[in-house]
Design a binder for this molecule. Structure first.
Ligand SMILES: C[S@@+](CC[C@H](N)C(=O)[O-])C[C@H]1O[C@@H](n2cnc3c(N)ncnc32)[C@H](O)[C@@H]1O
Length: 268
C-alpha cells in the first residue's frame, strides 16, 4: 500500500464521483461509536490518507442521523454477501460503483473467490493507491454503461453482484440495459443493490432513477427474481444511540418514509 497522502483534487466539483467521499465520511463517523452498526475501521483509516478539505462536506452532510442510513444500508448488504459467500466460497464478486468502500476487507472472505471492484477510471486511479490489486483482487476502471468491460470478468462461477449507492445515479434505461448485460453474461448468481423511492429520487439533483418496488425490477428484467426487499428502517434496533433509534422508529411508522430507501436482493 502507498503510504503518502493521496491528492483528491481530481474529485473536486460536484459530480457523481464526489459522492463517494460522503459515504466514506459517514462510515468513518459511524465507526467512532463504541457499538457501531457497521464498524468500518477501514473508512476511518482511508480518511486519514486522503488530502482533502472535509469541512464543507461535514457542514453539508451534518452527520446527525444519516450516518445510520449509510451504516444500516451497508450492513444489510454485507450480511447478504456473507450469506452468499458462505454458500459459494469459490464465487466471483463484482462490486459496481465501489468508490472507496472497503467491503472486501470488511468481509475478509476466505476461499478462492475472485473479487472485482469497478468504478469510473478517475476513482479507480485513486482507489488503487489505497487498495492495490493483489491475488484474486482486481480493479476495473470503466463506466458501468460502457460496453466491453464485462468481457474481462469470467462467467464460469456463481456471481455476486453488489451495487451500493450506484443505481439512483443511472437512468432507468441505463439500469435496464446494465441488468440485461449482466444476466446475459452470468448464468447464475445474486444481485444486491439499494434503491430510492421515486419521490426520494426526485429530491436529489444527481438522482435519476427511483424504484417503487422490487417487482418493478422483475418486470424490467424477467431473469431476476426478487428474494428480499428490506426498508432501511427495518433494522433500526441496531442503532446504538437512543435518540436516533426513536427518530427511526418514527420514520418507520410513516409509510412514505419507511419506503424512501430499501435494500434489494435478487436471484437469477
Ligand atoms: C454514492 S457513491 C457510492 C460509493 C460506494 N459504493 C460507497 O457506498 O461508498 C457513488 C459511486 O458510484 C460511482 N459511479 C457513478 N456512476 C457510475 C458509472 N456510470 N459507472 C461506474 N461507477 C459509477 C461513483 O464514481 C461513486 O464512486
Amino acid at each position: 500500500m502507498d503510504s503518502g497522502k493521496i491528492d483528491f483534487s481530481a474529485l473536486s466539483g460536484e459530480g457523481v464521483s464526489w459522492t463517494l467521499l460522503g459515504t466514506l465520511y459517514l462510515r468513518a463517523w459511524e465507526n467512532r461509536l463504541p457499538h457501531p452498526i457497521l464498524g468500518d475501521r477501514y473508512a476511518a483509516e482511508a480518511l486519514e490518507r486522503i488530502d482533502y478539505d472535509f469541512a464543507p462536506l461535514k457542514r453539508r452532510l451534518r452527520p446527525n442521523g444519516n450516518q445510520f442510513l449509510v451504516a444500516l444500508r451497508a450492513r444489510q448488504l454485507d450480511d447478504w454477501c456473507t450469506g452468499f459467500l458462505t454458500r459459494h466460497p469459490a464465487a466471483t464478486v463484482l462490486h459496481l460503483g465501489c468508490g472507496l468502500d472497503s467491503r472486501m476487507l470488511r468481509l475478509d472472505p476466505q476461499g478462492t473467490l475472485h473479487w472485482f471492484d469497478l468504478d469510473v477510471p478517475t476513482v479507480i486511479g485513486l482507489r488503487r493507491r489505497l487498495y492495490p490489486e493483489q491475488g484474486h483482487y482486481r480493479l476495473v476502471g470503466a463506466s458501468v454503461t460502457d460496453d466491453g468491460w464485462l468481457d474481462q470478468i469470467p462467467a464460469d462461477r456463481p456471481v455476486l453482484i453488489v451495487a451500493e449507492g450506484l443505481f439512483p445515479y443511472l437512468t432507468a434505461t441505463e439500469v435496464q440495459r446494465l441488468l440485461r448485460r449482466l444476466t446475459d453474461h452470468f448464468p447464475t448468481g445474486e444481485l444486491l443493490f439499494d434503491g430510492l423511492a421515486p419521490w426520494t429520487a426526485r429530491m436529489g439533483r444527481l438522482f435519476r432513477w427511483g424504484v417503487r418496488d422490487g417487482h418493478d425490477v422483475e418486470r424490467m428484467n424477467p431473469r431476476l427474481t426478487l428474494a428480499e426487499q428490506v426498508p432501511i428502517t427495518e433494522h433500526r434496533d441496531r442503532i446504538p444511540l437512543r435518540r436516533y433509534r426513536l427518530l427511526y422508529d418514527l420514520m418507520n411508522t410513516v409509510p412514505a418514509l419507511r419506503n424512501a430507501s430499501a435494500d434489494y436482493r435478487f436471484t437469477f
